[in-house]
Design a protein around this ligand. Structure first.
Ligand code: XMP
Length: 177
């Protein structure tokens, strides 16, 4: 069914669960008692974000959740490096603590673009949280404030990440070859 596509597990569902719990502890400690607006970047962040906000629910902070959609891919596995806004947030970010949530930080162009874009609307603070960080491929001068896992330069799928729209539903994160 998958033709020649092979998946090799890189990070297990159990490891992800433990790391998301730890990340939510870190995030809640920083924003304790505050209202935090989470801005998820579609499509890739949807599963990570869903797990993160449900973990954050147990802590003393108030959440607002919204989404943006950024198009940045030139072909299936190679980023075009030119992010374009496809869908904006629907809630005003002015004067709010904002946490951008994405699946993976790769070249960094997407997060850099979103930071620049949202900064113009004068949020109270602006941080970012990514499930995965491919540090070796960075082109833009950005880093995430919260990182789930640092991974090598491999194309990964699962846990919201896709290849041509596929494999998002897989609970592990796997290397695609
Ligand atoms: P940049 O390069 O702007 O890329 O940091 C961020 C976006 O690129 C996608 N991306 C991937 N998607 N497996 C994927 O399924 C990967 O290994 C991968 N690397 C980058 C992703 O959509 C991310 O938001």
């Amino acid at each position: 069914m998958n033709g020649n596509i092979k998946l090799k597990t890189l990070i297990t569902e159990k490891q992800i669960k433990q790391r998301v719990a730890a990340l939510s502890r870190e995030i809640s400690a920083h924003y304790s008692g505050e209202t935090l607006m989470i801005v998820g970047l579609l499509n890739g962040s949807f599963i990570f974000l869903a797990d993160l906000v449900r973990q954050l629910n147990q802590y003393k902070l108030h959440l607002i959740v919204d989404f943006m959609r950024i198009y940045s891919y030139g072909s299936n596995t190679v980023t075009s490096g030119k992010p374009t806004l496809c869908q904006d947030v629907t809630i005003d970010v002015k004067g709010r603590h904002i946490l951008i949530v994405d699946d993976i930080l790769d070249t960094g162009h997407t997060i850099e673009y979103v930071i620049q874009y949202l900064s113009a609307f004068k949020p109270l603070s602006l941080r970012s949280c990514v499930c995965l960080d491919k540090t070796g491929r960075r082109q833009a001068n950005v880093q995430a404030d919260y990182v789930g896992f640092t991974i090598p330069d491999v194309f990964v799928v699962g846990y919201g990440l896709d290849y041509d729209g596929r494999f998002r539903e897989i609970p592990d994160i796997s290397i695609l070859s």
